[in-house]
Design a protein around this ligand. Sequence first.
Ligand SMILES: [Zn+2]
Length: 263
Amino acid sequence: MGKDIKGTCHLCGSYGKLSFEHIPPKKAFNNCRIEHYNYFMGIAQGNYDNQISQRGLGGYTLCESCNSKTGSWYGGAFVEWACQSMNILKYTSNRPSLYYRFRIFPMRVIKQIACMMFSVNISEFRCYHQDLVRFVLNKEERHLDPNIKFFAFFNAEGFRMSGGVVKVKTNNFNMDSLENLEESIDKMRTKVKTHQVLSELSFPPLGYVLTFDSEPPDPRLIDISYFAKYQYKDKCPIELHLPVLPVDSPYPTDYRSRQEIGH
Ligand SMILES: [Zn+2]
């Protein structure tokens, strides 16, 4: 590369030379030239350039120490999980419909996912989520705030990334269509405004969503937060029935198919 890229590490917060991190890890099918940047929302702070597309998706978001620590602790386990998922997609022609048994290190997998979420977000993300920083930078740490949820799904094709997205949902209704005052008041009460703070990372064969204090952004997503309850050394069978969701829309957590978007 020749040039040093400096910045603030998204995990430990130290300022200095950043190293290139494949997101997801290179061996998890991220070793090819990336041709399509259409739906890539951008690794934060511009610490990426076109050259990255030559060697897979990633960015300069972590210092060398954080990159090598997390890579050695969680990288291999994450690759195993990705390979098993890819095999399921292959054997079912992208139509898995059953529960499948994975044999994985659940704790290492969820920590790698958490680590990638720091890379997808801006570096200040760590200031608001110090407990999540500890979760990633201490391989034995098992505490995960119950308001923090990780979700997974099969992603047969396409990629999409976005950090720190706030989605506001309003249940609109039309006053004119209401028949009486009681009904109006009732409807008023249900006019709740909710918002979701989330990050998403989708890269075949899987996709992940991280939420804070909010409902699942899509009922089909499978909550895998319980992976954090295992110990670092635990390798065990995990049965999962993950849905295949398309990521054709440019909007995070919008899983409409190409046909649905076209209408
Ligand atoms: Zn660091």
